[in-house]
Design a binder for this molecule. Sequence first.
Ligand SMILES: [Fe+2]
Length: 89
Amino acid sequence: MIGQLVDYTVQHFAGEEAMLEGAGYPLIEQHKAIHRRFVDKVSQMQARHEMGVDTTDELLKMLEVWLFSHILHHDHGYVKVVKASLAQH
Ligand SMILES: [Fe+2]
C-alpha cells in the first residue's frame, strides 16, 4: 500500500506542477521542493517498512498533518493564480 501511495503521490504532484507551470505560478520552484520533501519522507518510510519496521501510525499521522497543512497553507496560495489563468484561456 505504501508503494501505491508513493506512485499516486508522484503522479498527483506531477499533474499539479504541470498545472502550476501552465498558470505561470511564481512560487512553483518552492512548491515543487515541498512536494519533493514529502515524496522523500514517504519513500524513506517505505524503505523502513520493507526492512520490517511498522510505520503505519507514523504514516497515518504524517498524512493527516502534512496533507491538511499542505492543502490549507501551500495549495491554497496558488488558487487565485490558477483561476485567473483558466479565465484567460
Ligand atoms: Fe501541492
